[in-house]
Write a protein that binds this ligand. Structure first.
Ligand code: GDP
Ligand code: MG
Length: 635
């Protein structure tokens, strides 16, 4: 397969960032800032190997799995058949060797998780279809498929989801599990069974509201209908999508395709058939639009970080050369005294305001965590209203054991949705309170910073904060003061960038629910066997249902609490590190200047001029490097 054509803008952006990273690493090492290079390594890995998650969704039997098989030119990869539903999620990812791995859900009572196992391709049906694993009795979480396929080589990950019919309720927990991490969603419609339904519209509305705006459509099986017919369906579907979901025409991405034709094209090596299959347009869109957009975003994020560091090095060089230009020993002595004064002021500030705010921050973060945990525990009380309201609503005379049994599955889905929504709400609140806390910590810190430590400088963060806000979805409004007004000086700058670091710690709430979803679901099957119609049977059914639902809520509660605990531990650890690193950086920068002045005072004019030459050269290099980054950020 030919290497996909990429947007030249992205190629250039990546190149710029890659060069800037290499140059900055080299400069930082020679300027005695090896720690900077180390701190950037994980971001660089992410920049170079970023994954793109494409999640394929849609009603059962629309042709999702077949579509993927044809896209990868692997007719037998995912099980597809008219009578067998995909019963689990498949994650297809690049791997040097073809390999299938089964990953398990944690035990509903203990939370323990079995280790993943490697299986043969022949065993896929046994683990990943409704026939081989009815009701998911084997508690499969997902199946990982690793393939040496060139299409996946650039980091594309394809997720195939089951379509269990009655899309809206049954799919919701799977959606919650996989949609939050989706970089894009591919929604599959077909050309034979029905045009787009209200259920599908509701589901899409939900995805658009809470997950991602990057949804595009394929209409499969065009080979099964004459062209006029599938085109008429296309017109119908796109009209409905535009009208009901309010997607403007130019933003609606919709491809009619035939998986069958694509596979025939591959086996016959026919370009004409390939064209006819509609897959060329899909592939072009995938590579030139979606993957490129993601790379663009990741490049910009990384460029912002690089520029922050470059600015720090630049300031340091500028200060050094300033000192070296001083002619007289007198002036150098004066400079040394000023710096010593700054040092003692910084020490004073550290011992008082900095320490006090840091303590306050730790205390308040601890309070916020405890408060949120306790609210979450109440919200998701297994003996609370979540279960009782639903059981009570079933206690009418007209309801029979059979009806209870039939409705149990839907009720469970409904409870799972409620758990997810309540958890999301708590996390949204937690996040916004955390951001407030950061602001309340940093503002008094900067305000109290000695005048000498905040000589005004160019407002880097003013320039990048719109980009941060737009690209990273960071909530910068609460940092306006930190980022716009008080960027000045080494210390002010350092504190402002501390704000950026802390804001990045905010956890996307949907990701938490995603981690929770594997605990839930699949419990009701077989719990209520009784379908007879007398009162005793009904009471029995109700009490069994109650036990089952209570278990579901208990598992959801445990999982949500565990996740929050986990998040706050990380938050505490990372924010402590950010505070410590920033202070250390301020001290180090100042000490570095002092050493420079001392060295300059001791050495000869000639020697100083030599060092000055080097410093000016580094300064120029950094300026040039920043110029290229800014050009990228301004684009
Ligand atoms: N004629 C035709 N049939 C297709 C096409 N894609 C899928 N199908 C059939 O549609 C049925 C459902 O496909 P499958 O991929 O299992 O659907 P899923 O449940 O959405 O994953 C299968 O019988 C497929 O053979 C296509 O492009 N053309
Ligand atoms: Mg399928």
């Amino acid at each position: 397969m030919p290497k996909p054509l990429k947007d030249s803008r992205v190629i250039k952006a990546k190149e710029t960032v890659r060069n800037a990273y290499a140059q900055l690493s080299e400069l930082a090492s020679t300027l005695n800032h090896g720690e900077v290079v180390k701190s950037l390594a994980p971001d660089y890995r992410n920049f170079e190997m970023g994954l793109f998650r494409l999640v394929v969704m849609g009603e059962i039997k629309k042709g999702k799995s077949t579509f993927i098989n044809a896209l990868l030119n692997e007719p037998e990869l995912l099980p597809t058949a008219s009578d067998i539903a995909t019963s689990t999620v498949y994650k297809i990812i690049y791997g040097a060797q073809r390999r299938f791995r089964v990953y398990f859900k944690p035990d509903i009572d203990t939370g323990a998780r079995k280790d993943p196992i490697t299986i043969d391709a022949d065993a896929l049906r046994e683990w990943g279809t409704e026939a081989g694993n009815p009701g998911n009795e084997k508690r499969v979480d997902f199946i990982g498929v690793e393939l040496p396929n060139p299409l996946l080589n650039s980091g594309l990950v394809i997720v195939d989801t089951p379509g269990v019919g009655g899309l809206i309720k049954k799919h919701r927990d799977i959606t919650l599990q996989y949609a939050p991490n989706a970089d894009a969603i591919l929604f599959v419609l077909d050309s034979v069974e029905t045009v787009i339904s209200q259920d599908e519209i509701d589901f899409l509305q939900y995805l658009l509201d809470s997950c991602t705006k990057r949804i595009f459509f394929v209409q499969t099986k065009t080979d099964a209908k004459p062209i006029e017919e599938w085109e008429a369906w296309k017109e119908r579907n796109t009209a409905v999508l535009m009208e009901k979901l309010g997607i403007p025409k130019q933003r609606l991405v919709y491809f009619p395709v035939s998986a069958k034709t694509k596979l025939r094209a591959e086996s016959k090596k026919s370009g004409r058939l390939l064209q006819k299959s509609g897959y060329l347009d899909v592939q072009k869109y995938l590579h030139n639009q979606l993957l490129a957009a993601k790379e663009w975003l990741v490049s910009r994020e990384f460029a912002i970080k690089l520029d922050l560091i470059a600015q720090r090095l630049e300031t340091e060089q500028r200060q050094t050369s300033h000192v070296l230009r001083e002619e007289s020993k007198e002036k150098l002595k004066e400079a040394h005294e000023t710096l010593q004064k700054k040092k003692s002021e910084l020490g004073e500030w550290t011992a008082t305001r900095y320490q006090a705010q840091l303590r306050l921050f730790n205390d308040n973060l601890g309070d916020l965590k405890r408060k949120t945990l306790s609210e979450l525990r109440n919200d998701l009380d297994p003996n609370g209203t979540l279960v009782s309201e639903r059981i009570d609503s079933l206690d009418a005379d007209s309801i029979t054991a059979a009806k209870i049994s039939d409705g149990a599955e839907a009720l469970q889905q409904d409870i799972v949705s409620s758990i997810a929504m309540r958890t999301k709400m708590r996390l949204d609140l937690f996040n916004s309170e955390f951001l407030k806390l950061v602001e309340n910590t940093l503002l008094p810190m900067i305000e109290d910073l000695p005048e000498s430590l905040r000589s005004p400088q160019e407002g880097f963060l003013t320039a990048v904060s719109p980009a941060l806000e737009h690209d990273l979805g960071m909530h910068f409004s609460s940092f306006e003061n930190v980022t716009k007004g008080l960027y000045g000086g080494m210390a002010g700058m350092a504190i402002a960038s501390m704000g950026v670091g802390l804001a990045a710690l905010v956890c996307p709430p949907l990701a938490v629910i995603a981690g929770m979803a594997p605990y839930l679901g699949g419990l009701i099957g077989g719990v209520i066997a009784t379908k007879n119609n007398d009162v005793r049977q009904k009471m029995e059914a109700l009490s069994r249902l109650k036990v089952a639902l209570t278990k579901v809520v208990a598992a959801g509660q445990r999982s949500a609490l565990e996740q929050l605990e986990d998040i706050s531990v990380k938050l505490e650890r990372n924010s402590r590190a950010i505070f410590e690193d920033t202070l250390e950086q301020m001290q180090k920068d100042l000490q570095c200047q002092i050493t420079n002045v001392q060295t300059a005072a001791k050495s000869t004019r000639e020697k100083n001029e030599q060092v000055l030459k080097q410093t000016t050269a580094s300064e120029a290099k950094i300026r040039e490097l920043r110029e290229s980054l800014r050009e990228l950020l301004a684009a």
